[in-house]
Ligand binder design. Structure first.
Ligand code: FES
Length: 79
């Protein structure tokens, strides 16, 4: 399946250092992180690691070319 657009703006989060799993399918009920809803879609979560506390812009439109981070692709959806 193609990813579902969850939102047309990124999630700007202040996250502690650690390991995270970003939702690539748009179906998670725990956006922008994975909750396992992608099972059976052919899509997979994207693991990322923060080595220090960071403010991040995580893609919510699921169209980014630099997952899990927003690359501005959502701008084309806000038309
Ligand atoms: S929210 Fe997806 S590219 Fe910005």
């Amino acid at each position: 399946m193609l990813p579902k657009i969850y939102d047309t703006q990124p999630a700007i989060l202040d996250l502690e250092a650690g390991e995270y799993f970003w939702c690539s399918c748009g179906l998670s009920g725990h956006q922008p992180m994975c909750d396992g809803e992608h099972t059976g879609t052919g899509l997979r979560s994207k693991k990322f690691i923060l080595t220090e506390r960071s403010i991040v812009r995580l893609c919510n439109c699921k169209q980014t070319r630099t997952p899990p981070f927003c690359d501005g692709s959502h701008a084309a959806l806000n038309g």
